[in-house]
Design a protein around this ligand. Structure first.
Ligand code: BES
Ligand code: MN
Ligand code: MN
Length: 463
């Protein structure tokens, strides 16, 4: 096995011949508005689960759609590989983020549209398109060879975008059934166009809602202003204590658990062809900002952060209204790095908010979700096979990269199943995940199918 390995002809031909159908089916998948955050779309989320289950059944998987207290989880199994073959678990999510603001979409979010080799739709890259390319790769093996070289479990959930609560419980309860020798996930971007990437880390997350109350109701700001607490001001004061002037998080103890990154990981990150001006331009920012003393890649990948995701209070309509609002609310989240635990960050954050809340303010902190950070050493047969498969499909030597995003289930899969986890994503940083005009590159969609199809051959050889 070496860098001259090619995608096998039989699989290549099948994938090329069946591409139109694969895309038409992906369009159907993308048309389902499976927005996990919105209760009124719960039926659509279920519909997407059933749609996926049906597609997997058609390629001879044994499929179960498991109901949970949240959205359903799809477990599909194909266990007829030759004796001694390894078992791989493919994880993905079929839920999507809300599409708003709708008026910023060039074509409607749930009407998939092709323009210039780009497929636009909510979920195109995150994660329906990437999940679907796995199904296509599996379909190729089954159609062409009537078998797969490895046993496969597909685990697809509908709550990733809201914290993965149900699937975390489900893997704990089904640890034996989900036992696998390798876990493969495609739900991340490549470092740059044309550059296949294996990820060495994910950040964790701790997400809070902070509600500040002052008075029983809104008050005339002339009658009462100056004599009562203003909750908007109180919340602003709290928010202003979160960072110091160096851009560091100013919550006592916040950095205590940080594990230094290894020399090897730092070296792979340093070797990446990072284009800071392009990053800045993609962000639409005049200048970049962040924690003093760190590079942009360090700030987004291996340093923890605190962000205000939203803040609201009082009168925000047109014109002027003189009022002291009765309450104020902020959504505040932390991105975490090893070994920060969301529960510990919750404890530190609650304590800090209590300490700096002005007298008279009633402050309520609610944790909405949390996920642990994750880091891996990309050595061993799984990563070697991935390098070969990606190299063959993309005709380029893969890099080791990282990302600042979170996939909450990853650390749980590692804990419960104990198998190495390969994050081999086919997105691009510019594909507008979570934003209007989300898209996936058709070229990456195609190459991704081929990389996955070849990976299963290589893992079978590895045994
Ligand atoms: N696919 C993303 C994870 C991701 C995003 C990886 C960006 C790399 C770069 C995933 O669907 C996601 O959006 N995760 C959420 C976490 C969640 C708990 C809402 C995130 O990172 O905000
Ligand atoms: Mn995702
Ligand atoms: Mn996402």
């Amino acid at each position: 096995m070496n860098m001259r390995t090619r995608v096998p002809d039989d699989l290549e031909v099948w994938l090329a011949t069946n591409e139109e159908r694969a895309l038409a089916e992906l369009f159907d998948f993308l048309r389902i508005p499976s927005i996990s955050a919105k209760p009124e779309h719960a039926g659509d989320v279920r519909r997407a689960a059933l749609w996926l289950a049906d597609a997997l059944q058609r390629i001879e998987f044994d499929v179960e759609v498991v109901s949970t207290s949240g959205h359903p989880v799809v477990i599909a199994e194909w266990r007829r590989a030759p004796v001694g073959a390894p078992t791989v678990l493919i994880y993905g999510h079929y839920d999507v983020q809300p599409p708003e603001p709708l008026d910023r979409w060039t074509s409607p979010p749930f009407e998939p549209t092709l323009r210039d080799g780009m497929l636009f739709a909510r979920g195109a890259v995150d994660d329906k398109g990437q999940l679907w390319l796995h199904v296509c790769a599996l379909a190729a093996h089954i159609a062409v060879r009537r078998t797969l070289p490895v046993n496969v479990i597909v685990l697809a959930e509908g709550e990733e975008e809201v914290g993965s609560r149900s699937v975390i419980r489900l893997i704990e309860e089904n640890a034996e059934r989900l036992r696998a020798d390798a876990i493969v996930i495609s739900d991340t971007p490549m470092f740059a166009p044309g550059l296949p990437s294996i990820l060495a880390s994910l950040r964790g997350i701790a997400y809070f809602q902070v509600e500040v109350g002052g008075t029983a109701g809104d008050l005339h700001s002339g009658q009462y202003g100056g004599a009562v607490l203003n909750p908007a001001t109180a919340l602003a004061r709290i928010v202003s204590t979160l960072h110091d002037s160096d851009g560091r998080v100013a919550i006592p103890g916040f950095y205590d658990a940080l594990r230094p990154i290894s020399i090897e990981l730092q070296a792979s990150l340093d070797a990446l062809p990072f284009d800071e001006q392009l990053f800045r331009a993609n962000a639409g920012a005049a200048t970049l900002a962040g924690e003093r003393g760190y590079t942009t890649l360090q700030r987004t990948w291996v340093r923890p952060t605190c962000e205000v995701n939203g803040m609201i209070s009082g009168y925000t309509g047109t014109g002027a209204k003189t009022v002291i609002p009765a309450s104020a609310m902020a959504k505040i989240s932390f991105r975490l790095v090893p070994d920060q635990a969301p529960e510990e960050i919750e404890r530190l954050f609650r304590h800090h908010v209590e300490q700096c809340a002005p007298p008279g303010a009633t402050v309520r902190v609610r944790m909405l979700h949390g996920g642990r950070p994750w880091r891996v050493v990309t050595d061993g047969p799984l990563f070697d096979a991935a390098r070969v498969a990606l190299g063959a499909a993309f005709e380029r030597i893969p890099v080791v990269a990282a990302t600042g995003g979170a996939i909450p289930i990853v650390s749980h899969l590692e804990r419960v199943i104990g198998a190495p986890i390969l994050l081999m994503g086919f997105g691009l940083p510019s594909e507008n995940a979570h934003a209007p005009d989300e898209w996936i590159s058709l070229d990456n969609f195609r190459r991704g199918q081929r990389a996955c199809a070849l990976l299963w051959d290589l893992l079978a050889v590895e045994g």
